[in-house]
Write a protein that binds this ligand. Structure first.
Ligand code: ANZ
Ligand code: ZN
Length: 806
């Protein structure tokens, strides 16, 4: 090794081997005294390999881990692969290979790439969701949810992707398109497996107050959970004994309900429709069935509907009101029926205008004489509202509900937008749902000692759009015996949504080597909840909601003591390339390998973190990387070629510099403000190089502060400058606030633009004090005495130019 040159390849190889040999990054899982669980969202191992967006996210998380380790924590930083799922499967189909062959190759490649980034992963606890030893427990969790009444089958309108040939969860369609392949989704009625996440709606909402997550993520979750307070009210039918129940958030507008609307799928539609209206109603239902939930919820769409011929009675004023069917009412929310209040609800107003239905104002905004040209949805004074006339709608909302309850017409009701999680997929590449269908016994879970239900190898694994998984075509998989009666039975052939694999993986890492249990209870209590979770905000309502649900369910089963999985969640920013988010679908992905080859991991890590604030992201350009490399070359030369004094530093300027930069870097690292920390490190190196006496303790302190960013070079120079052991285990430098005030900068003093003097002053001295100090100097006085001061030009921490005349 040429000691005078920073040979990153040799140094990386040397230390990577040492760290593996010494198990440097494998905390003592059982006995660690100060456990700190640093988790990052594990990658899906795509064929293209790691892209720099992944590296950006992972390095930022690793910096936090290294920082916490330097604070004395036993940091656990595991890594794994989210390798099941439609994404992998679709890619396998596109290149005409089998996912069972593709994925292991991808994982190998990812592992190799990840090892080069210098992140301190504990590879002894890695997990792969496609490993039967892992998905055995995914299936086990399914069974526990089933036993707890949280997994059930039902026929329901579900989101269907006609390209992926499978159902999706509601969260997995964005703006009407499949989250996986971008195809417009359809609505289908199918029998599916669901997880009862709605049982936790209130807790999912309430707990948000107690966790340290970015506000953006929390509000996305709040919106998705969508809690609404209101009432359910019964409307008697004019011609039948049955009643029509509606959900409303505005019981104060009840007197203005002039018609009712049922969702096309509502169970009463057929029964109440009069014979002369049957044909029209049936035609309309067919038409509505072709629309997706997204289209139906689109408020800008023109309203359509049909009259059923039937009437209901508004229970508060006994008026007969017509019942219509329209697709703007959804079967999946509330009761699937509404009372329409056109005067105060925009959609109802449009509908009433379209079909010439009466509009009765019941909330006054003080302009009752003017004709309504749009709905008034605000609060006001109740009018035309019987006993409530003259009262404020805001206050009466609660009173109206009390009154309804007293009269037995209605009751308080809270509704959530959140839907149960549709978990079954008619695909191949996932863990089979561990259930058995028996004609005699019904649905029976696979006995736990028979897990895993191994995903059989099926050469033709492609989905066929029949609504059944490819597993249904494998006769030997399909047919089994019932664990309860021993009779012939059929296996469930759908596989689990890949989001279930990732909904619990962080429970597995500490216990990754336990074959006999899902997770070791003691290890789990020791390491979980996760101390810091970092990942993309695109998972705000998917993965992050599912993980919270699974954690709550495991808690309520008595398996764990906590009910929130992640104490802190921070979303990293995204890397932009040529103006758009770097992503495989945009084709602007950059492979990190050539950068790692040419510049080395230290430079590449630092460069990525220098691109912008970690939590906001940045624009990936190659331009700056050589500058970062020069910084490390300079660090190398300075450390190697300088004669250092072993005396403690006493120079106040040097101490101020050292302590000041230590403070700044420490605070920046704690706040994940990595880009500014790098700037401070560069200033520190400059400052040290400018000293007259070079102290060993000062350079070693710089190496430590730079250590999280550049683990290889700092480790090598640490040893070369006399350090013992691993630099990442040396306690983090402590700064003394009282020394920082002495940090100085050099001011240039110009008279009429010519440099006449220089002086040292504390950093950030205010302009009047700088001027006072300047005018106190002999040389300045020489040039300014008996002259008129015209103006003073001041550049903080750099320069004072005095313009004089005469
Ligand atoms: C009467 C009313 C009057 C309403 C008014 C609103 C304003 P959120 O806030 O989202 O919970 N609604 C109820 N069930 C529905 C369904 N299945 N499909 C479509 N709309 C439905 O919305 C609750 C309101 O949305 C309810 O309150 C109901 O209209 C409507 F001035 O009832 B409201
Ligand atoms: Zn049976």
């Amino acid at each position: 090794m040429n000691a005078e040159k920073f040979d990153h390849q040799a140094i990386e190889k040397k230390w990577a081997e040492r760290w593996i040999a010494e198990k440097t990054f494998e905390p003592d899982i059982e006995h660690a005294e100060k456990p700190y669980y640093n988790l990052m969202m594990f990658p899906y191992p795509s064929a293209e390999g790691l892209h720099v967006g992944n590296v950006f996210a992972f390095v930022g998380s690793d910096l936090h881990a290294r920082f916490m380790r330097a604070q004395g924590y036993d940091v656990f930083e595991p890594m794994g692969f989210d390798a099941f799922g439609i994404h992998s499967e679709n890619f396998a189909i596109s290149i005409n290979t089998h996912p069972g062959r593709l994925i292991p190759d991808n994982i190998r490649n990812f592992t190799h790439q990840l090892k080069r980034t210098g992140n301190m992963y504990d590879w002894s606890h890695a997990v792969e969701t496609t490993d039967p030893a892992y998905y055995k427990w995914t299936q086990w969790i399914f069974i526990q949810l089933f036993k707890a009444g949280l997994a059930y089958q039902k026929e329901a309108p579900v989101t269907w992707c006609p390209s992926c040939n499978t159902v999706l969860a509601a969260e997995q369609a964005e703006d009407g398109a499949c989250e996986r392949c971008g195809t417009l989704v359809e609505q289908r009625n199918m029998r599916q497996w669901f997880f009862k996440i709605t049982a936790y709606a209130q807790q999912l909402l309430d707990n948000l107050a107690g966790i340290d997550w970015s506000e953006k993520t929390k509000s996305a979750q709040r919106r998705w959970i969508g809690r609404s307070e209101g009432a359910e009210v019964d409307f008697p039918l004019a011609a039948y004994a049955e009643k029509l129940r509606v959900f409303t958030t505005r019981p104060d507008t009840l007197w203005g309900a002039t018609y009712m609307v049922l969702a096309p799928e509502h169970a009463l539609v057929e029964a109440i429709t009069t014979p002369d209206r049957q044909q029209a109603v049936q035609d309309y239902i067919l038409e509505a069935g072709r629309k997706t939930a997204i289209e139906r919820e689109d408020a800008t769409r023109e309203k359509t509907g049909v009259f059923t011929g039937a009437y209901a009675i508004n229970p508060v004023n006994e008026k007969q009101i017509p019942i219509w069917v329209s697709d703007y009412v959804l079967m999946t929310y509330g009761t699937g029926a509404i009372m329409a209040v056109p005067a105060h609800d925009t959609r109802d107003f449009e509908f009433a205008t379209e079909f010439d239905l009466p509009i009765v104002r019941v909330i006054s905004a003080g302009d009752d004489d003017t004709e309504m040209i749009e709905a008034y949805s605000g609060e006001g004074i109740m009018v035309n509202s019987g006993p409530f006339n003259g009262t404020s709608s805001t206050e009466s909302k609660v009173k109206v509900i009390d009154w309804l309850e007293e009269k037995g017409i209605g009751e308080r009701q809270i509704n959530f937008r959140l839907r149960d999680w549709c978990i079954s997929r008619q695909r191949y590449w996932g863990p089979p749902i561990p259930m058995i269908h028996c004609k005699a016994c019904g649905v029976v879970p696979v006995p736990e000692d028979q897990l895993p239900v191994v995903l059989p190898y099926i050469e033709d694994f492609k989905p066929d759009g029949s609504g059944k998984s490819p597993l249904a075509r494998d006769e030997s998989f399909l047919h089994t015996t019932c664990p309860e009666c021993g009779g012939p039975a059929m296996r469930e052939t759908d596989v689990n949504d890949n989001f279930l694999d990732s909904a619990w993986y962080f429970f597995r890492y500490p216990s990754a080597d336990r074959d006999d249990m899902v997770f070791d209870p003691d290890l789990t209590e020791k390491w979980l909840p996760v101390d810091m979770y970092i990942g993309g905000n695109e998972h705000a309502v998917l993965h992050l909601m599912y993980t919270r649900f699974i954690t709550m369910a495991l808690h309520d089963m008595g398996l764990i003591s906590f009910s929130e999985p992640f104490k802190i969640f921070k979303a990293h920013g995204l890397l932009i390339k040529d103006g758009s988010k770097m992503s495989k679908s945009k084709g602007n992905v950059i492979n990190p390998d050539e950068y790692l080859d040419n510049y080395g991991a230290d430079t590449f890590r630092t460069y990525l973190m220098f691109l912008g604030p970690y939590q906001e992201g940045g624009d990936f350009r190659d331009a700056g990387i050589t500058g970062v490399r020069r910084f490390y070359d300079r660090m190398w030369r300075y450390t190697r070629q300088t004669t250092f004094s072993d005396e403690p530093a006493t120079n106040l300027g040097l101490l101020a510099l050292l302590h000041g930069k230590t403070k700044e870097v420490t605070n920046d690292l704690a706040a994940l403000q990595y880009n500014t920390a790098i700037a401070r490190l560069m200033e520190l190196l400059n400052g040290l190089q400018n000293q007259e006496t070079h102290h060993r303790e000062a350079i070693r302190q710089l190496l430590q502060l730079a250590g999280p960013f550049a683990p290889f070079i700092t480790q090598e120079l640490w040893v070369q400058s006399g350090g013992e052991g691993m630099i990442c285990d040396a306690p983090w430098p402590i700064y003394d606030e009282s020394l920082i005030v002495f940090e100085t900068v050099e001011y240039v003093i110009q008279i009429n633009g010519k440099v006449r003097d220089r002086m040292e002053l504390p950093t950030d001295t205010a302009q009047p004090d700088v001027e006072a100090a300047a005018f106190a100097r002999e040389r300045v006085q020489q040039w300014t005495n008996n002259k008129n001061i015209i103006k003073k030009i001041f550049i903080p921490n750099r320069l004072l130019n005095i313009v004089v005349k005469g």
